[in-house]
Design a protein around this ligand. Structure first.
Ligand SMILES: [Zn+2]
Length: 156
């Protein structure tokens, strides 16, 4: 009889725990994993990476970057995009048809009253941009990136 009570209590506790994890806002879960690695990040960079803000369109010098190389996370340095995947989307943000494999983790964002797919650096967790399904290649992906979150390193 006592055993049964313990079991019931345990199950109750367990389901409560499970529920609270489910109900926890996504942002809070992410906030735990994100941390500043690059101590030289500007206020604007931090705002995008940690508060999901967006830089002004046509403000990034990376829009016109056409050299061969790789785009790295400005916070942790992880390699995220190859210049081979870069294209001019005309949106004013550096755009890519695909990321390097495993570079990002995806999160659904409803903040503007619509469903958007956000991507976060898989290594350090910071926000980089949104991915849309209107890209020019067969995969139709368009990674719309904040240039401030990226560091370009040319291959030479
Ligand atoms: Zn990172």
């Amino acid at each position: 009889m006592k055993m049964k009570n313990y079991r019931r209590k345990f199950l109750k506790l367990f389901s409560l725990l499970y529920l609270s994890v489910l109900l926890l806002p996504n942002n809070l879960l992410h906030a735990k994993t994100k941390k500043i690695i690059n101590q030289k990040l500007s206020k604007e960079q931090k705002n995008i990476m940690f508060n999901e803000s967006t830089e002004k369109p046509f403000s990034s010098s990376l829009n016109s970057e056409k050299r061969q190389g790789f785009f790295h996370c400005a916070n942790c340095g992880a390699k995220l995009f190859s210049s081979d995947a870069k294209f001019d989307s005309g949106t004013g943000w550096p755009s890519f048809t695909e990321s390097l494999s495993g570079a990002f983790k995806i999160k659904i964002d409803y903040s503007l009253g619509m469903k958007r797919v956000e991507y976060h650096c898989a290594k350090c967790g910071v926000h980089h941009g949104h991915v849309f399904d209107d890209g020019p290649t067969a995969t139709q992906k368009r990674f719309c990136s904040n240039g401030l979150c990226l560091i370009f390193k040319s291959e030479s």
